[in-house]
Design a protein. Sequence first.
Length: 279
Amino acid sequence: MLSIISSPIGNLKDISYRSIEALKCASIVYCEDTRVTKKLLNHYSIKNKKLFPYNDHNEKEVLKEIIDKLEHDENIILISDAGTPLISDPGFPLIRECIKKGLDFVVLPGPTAIIPSLIYSGFPIDKFSFYGFIPRSINKQQELAKTIIKSNTPLVCFENVKRLQKTLINMNEVFDKNTQVVICREITKKFEKIYRGNVSSIIDQIESNTLKIKGEIVIVFYAKNANAIQDNEKLINEIGENFLKYLSKRDASKLISELYDIDRSETYKFLVDISKKHI
């Protein structure tokens, strides 16, 4: 059987017990870079494993080889250098082929940079989008910026730190001054650092060298439309008082957010303001 394993994104202690057991039991391990996976295996004293590369360069060639071994009941692991296979990493064609051929596989949950970044952002994350790596084309970057503005929800994405400044400048031609960005650097590692601000202020800090960002980064954008905020506040002011006659602020905010598709924390804040007016 094939097991899909998430590997640590920095701190080797973040791998799950279940994943360690799967690695110990596997006969073959396919990985992006055998040197990176060998370091992980050595850390947990897992010896004598056959390691084979499976990456963007050889994915098509190795696919048939893996399928053949799975059809002969080999116990195989697919693991990324960091994070989860298929999430901006190789593995999609393999999973599609397993489904097509009726071959069982199991996914072992584990480390990811996406969820910690969203939580660090402080943005409402009951709804969010994941984009993967930001495109290099200026036109596509600006199309992405338009999508972020229209969505009114946080979007998390990856970018090379060397391209960060130019990417933010290109996208900021579309963003308004209220568009927020959070840059998470080296998540789970020794020099983990979180940078927050509107896009313009982050650009200014980078250009003036007061902000020097190095290492691996994850970016979270949030462009809550100012008009949408005003519309939501107006609506809740109109209906909120009646809801509060029969429900607690917590229950009222839950119901209003479900009925009108408004962020629950935002709804609760407006209801608190209404309550204060009637004290």
